[in-house]
Design a protein around this ligand. Structure first.
Ligand SMILES: NC(=O)c1ccc[n+]([C@@H]2O[C@H](COP(=O)([O-])OP(=O)(O)OC[C@H]3O[C@@H](n4cnc5c(N)ncnc54)[C@H](OP(=O)(O)O)[C@@H]3O)[C@@H](O)[C@H]2O)c1
Length: 341
């Protein structure tokens, strides 16, 4: 039921982010000509009244929620209140405003961290709420679970068609390379690049090129990584071709279905970046969940599958990082925070 693109006016919330910018490209690739976007400076989605006015003015037919407060272990650990409160506010405002203004189709993005820490692997959609969550990102996970429940309850009570998609760990061009808030993949790419070039370490100590790289934890946890262009295709596929009523609880995982240890990933990133120094593991730092692998049989059975291999995906991301996020001397400059003029 791929809808004619011109028939759908899609509001893409969070279009400047890693996922949102990839979804924007994917919608354009699929011929969508009526995509509504709005920068945070114009619309703070935690502001209920502003969000309501925005929907009244723009009147979208469909909504994709790629706006959220997102971060790695450290950011989640240091700002638990912000991770639960901001995400709850964004979700409730968007889902409520979409419903009140008659939006027919909506895709909400959850995350693989909504599943219980000790759930069997690979993680099936029906494992939701069957056990305690991982402590390091519990506030974020609870906000995401609330978003799934908002969609599910609206579907059951009012017959809406709001689907929740659970992506695994994502990476790609547009990622966040700020080490205080980044996820594992961009942090690895940046650490290896800076050690290769010999950029001073995080405490400002000088380093020679090909300096050792120190990584958090034991390297043994297993993780799955999906390229952001693949998740963008999954989102467009879900929006256009998967009625929420066709999947139990309106929930769909989106991942690769294969994982590797963080140590294996580190060696792969090291090779792509061209770092030749040693890797050292700081086992005093937390590892997080031992394994997080999604069961993707539901979405694959509906006709979607990822297309970008891990090594090729890392190559594309590293190229983007060097071109977009580094100064000629190899130091980091954050394209998400343009230097003030
Ligand atoms: N990255 C992953 O590995 C991953 C994995 C699984 C699921 N997801 C899910 O995918 C979604 C997008 O993640 P992402 O990685 O693309 O995050 P991101 O790169 O940090 O992008 C977040 C987006 O949300 C916008 N935003 C944040 N707070 C806002 C507010 N108060 N008002 C309006 N806009 C706001 C940001 O706008 P500004 O840029 O203007 O701040 C940005 O466009 C999230 O729901 C996340 O849970 C991500």
């Amino acid at each position: 039921m791929d809808q004619p693109p011109e028939a759908t006016r899609v509001y893409l919330a969070g279009h400047t982010g890693l996922v949102g910018s990839a979804v924007h490209r994917a919608l354009q690739r699929h011929g969508s000509s009526d995509i509504i976007t709005c920068d945070e400076c114009d619309l703070d989605l935690t502001d209920q009244q502003a969000t309501r006015h925005f929907f009244a003015r723009e009147r979208p037919d469909a909504v994709i929620i790629a706006a959220a407060k997102v971060g790695g272990i450290m950011a989640n650990w240091e700002q638990p209140y912000e991770f639960v409160a901001i995400n709850l506010a964004i979700e409730l405002n968007l889902i409520e405003c979409a419903f009140r203004s008659g939006v027919r189709r909506l895709v909400f993005l959850g995350s693989s961290c909504i599943y219980p820490r000790e759930a069997p692997q690979p993680l099936r959609e029906e494992y939701l709420l069957t056990g305690p969550l991982e402590e390091t990102n519990r506030p974020y996970a609870i906000a995401k679970i609330a978003g799934i429940e908002l969609c599910r309850s609206l579907n059951r009570e009012y017959g809406t068609d709001y689907l929740s998609l659970m992506p695994t760990n994502l990476y790609g061009p547009g990622d966040n390379f700020d080490l205080r808030t980044s996820h594992a993949m961009p942090a690895l790419i940046r650490r290896f690049h800076e050690a290769k070039v010999g950029v001073p370490d995080e405490d400002g100590r000088p380093r020679r090129p090909q300096a050792p790289v120190v990584l958090w934890g034991s390297g043994t946890p297993r993780r799955e990584f999906l390229h952001v262009d693949d998740v963008a295709e999954a989102i467009v596929f879900a929006l256009r071709q998967v009625p929420a009523a066709e999947v139990p609880d309106g929930m769909l995982n989106a991942g690769v279905g294969e994982d590797q240890t963080i140590a294996e990933l580190a060696v792969l990133v090291q090779r792509v970046v061209g770092h030749e120094g040693p890797i050292e593991w700081d086992a005093g730092k937390p590892d997080g969940t031992p394994q997080k692998l999604l069961d993707v049989s539901r979405i694959k059975g509906l006709g979607w599958a990822p297309a970008v291999g891990l090594e090729e995906g890392i190559r594309r991301t590293y190229r983007w990082y060097v071109e977009t996020c580094t100064a000629p001397d190899g130091t980091f400059r954050d394209p998400r925070r343009p230097a003030s003029v």
